[in-house]
Design a protein around this ligand. Sequence first.
Ligand code: F3S
Length: 285
Amino acid sequence: MKVIVAKTAGFCFGVKRAVDKVYEKVNNSDGHKKIYTYGPIIHNEEVVKDLESRGVHVIYTKEELAQLKDAIVIIRSHGVSRDIYELLESINAEIVDATCPFVKKIHRIVKEESEKGRTIIIVGNKKHPEVEGIMGWSVSDTYVIETIEQAEQLSLPENTDICIVSQTTFNYSKFNNIVAKIEEKNYNNNIMNTICNATHERQAEAKAVAAQVDVMLVIGGRNSSNTQKLFEICKYECNHTYYIQTVDDIDDSWFENCDVIGITAGASTPNNIIEEVKANVRIKF
Ligand code: F3S
């Protein structure tokens, strides 16, 4: 039996970097300062629980942040707005900045372009922490647009200088459609496609692997929307595609008359879970 594990399965570069930074900090800490992450470092309960057991606490609000004393605060890959940095400085927190460099780049663009007086348009979901963070770097008028209808409704004076950026995980064709709609209006556009390739690459590879295997396993949390999407893509290519959270969900009957197994995983699936599934499948068959 052959097992093919997608190279892009699991954490993207930015999330891996952020999780590594937290463990690095825990391992090098002398215990004098408490360690916090502002929001869960990833959407994976096991990892968050493991960190909690090592003394890393999650805080969710600005109010909680403001109360901290002798704290080390880790900023996750989504990044935060400028006022959070100011707040952390005001309480003398040690900042570990794990903002993904691709998100940092958007902060820089938004800061510079808004300082030049351009109106900022962020294509993304207003409630997503990454978008909230990006908004917090603009010093000019800022709009968040998620749908074609919202793009249609955008009404600015003619010849307004605008700069368009996107949430890193936004759908590429949806972004293009929204931009095309805005381009129909008479603004001076500066368009920056800041979508990150990690999601697209993971999906493209999952599709390619699923197309050449008898059974495909997709690993990820039940509520993970990117894992759900991976599952749909793989199922389209390979009818025997199964969604699992851990090795315990594997049913041996899936592998009858099977020569090649493919494995991929959603963006919040730690490497050890992928390895465990891979080892389990190899040992059994
Ligand atoms: Fe990941 Fe950074 Fe892209 S967090 S999805 S590599 S923007």
